[in-house]
Ligand binder design. Structure first.
Ligand SMILES: Nc1ncnc2c1ncn2[C@@H]1O[C@H](COP(=O)(O)OP(=O)(O)O)[C@@H](O)[C@H]1O
Ligand SMILES: CC(=O)N[C@@H](CCC(=O)OP(=O)(O)O)C(=O)O
Length: 255
């Protein structure tokens, strides 16, 4: 099987010009089949704030009202996605920016309101890998925004960590798939305020233990929930790291 590299880059990296340039340089150096999935949560929060729309996150997932859905559509599908595509084109990488609605790439079901009503948040229903494979075969590099659609005309907001895992799981039937979560810290840390305390290998049982103790929290929860699900479902390797260590493979490996 050919190798496929999927890199998910978080909001804090894409919002910092220097970090973004470094990331795009690194990403451009990966040879072979590759896909970039991006977040942009902080920019969405900032833009929403300017429009007087309050942000509420539960375990790293955004409660998405109709007006917040409009904001994330503009920010993720527009500003962030196109900035990345232009940056890759400038490096000679033939990128195409996509949401889940484009080419019916990722359809989702609006999460039913339970204890928490997340609003216009989508749980992935289906990934259309055929179109992705056609693009990869033509050396086109998909850049995927964290937006899905319900097939009835509505976009839905889906966590970018989830999008990356869903693409990786679906494509692992066709490629030997490596999934990298690239964020602002060098890995999963024993103390989120101390970058030297990297957990180099993490097992699912340890994750549950750290979660209960509060060592792992907030935005790290969707990353690890999704990372372990990918690992259980055919993805060859899942690494959590930062831009500086992307090419060296240093960081937290899920085992
Ligand atoms: N044990 C941990 N190790 C590293 N980061 C952690 C940990 N627990 C919580 N975090 C927090 O999770 C954040 C990453 O989540 P998030 O900001 O959603 O990432 P992304 O930029 O990929 O969207 C880190 O910046 C950190 O504040
Ligand atoms: C449902 C949900 O939580 N969606 C995320 C999508 C963006 C994202 O995941 O961005 P980061 O990777 O920068 O956190 C949100 O709106 O924050």
């Amino acid at each position: 099987m050919d190798r496929l590299t999927i890199i998910k880059v978080g909001g804090k990296v894409v919002e910092d010009t220097q970090q973004l340039n470094l990331l795009l340089d690194q990403f451009n150096r990966f040879s072979g089949n590759k896909i970039l999935v991006h977040g942009g949560g902080n920019t969405a929060t900032e833009v929403a704030g300017k429009l007087g729309i309050e942000t509420e996150l539960v375990d790293g997932r955004r409660i998405t009202s109709k007006s917040m859905l409009d904001v994330v559509t503009m920010v993720y599908g527009g500003l962030v996605n196109k900035k990345i595509v232009a940056g890759l084109q400038a490096r000679g990488c033939n990128a195409i920016g996509l949401t889940g609605a484009d080419l019916n790439l990722i359809s989702a079901i609006k999460r039913p309101a339970g204890e928490i009503d997340y609003g216009f948040v989508g749980d992935v229903n289906d990934v259309n890998s055929r179109e992705l494979r056609l693009m990869l075969n033509e050396n086109v590099v998909p850049v995927v925004a964290p937006l899905t659609h319900d097939g009835k005309g509505s976009l839905l907001n889906t966590n970018a960590d989830t999008i990356a895992a869903e693409l990786a799981i679906e494509l692992s039937g066709h490629y030997s798939t490596f999934l990298f979560y690239c964020f602002d810290k060098p890995g999963v840390l024993l103390d989120p305020d101390d970058d030297s305390k990297i957990i180099y290998e993490l097992q699912a049982e340890q994750f549950n233990d750290y979660k209960q103790k509060g060592v792992i929290s907030t935005g790290m929860l969707p990353k690890l929930d999704n990372g372990f699900r990918a690992k259980r479902n055919g993805v060859k390797e899942v690494l959590i790291t930062n831009t500086e260590n992307l090419s060296s493979g240093r960081g937290t490996r899920l085992v």
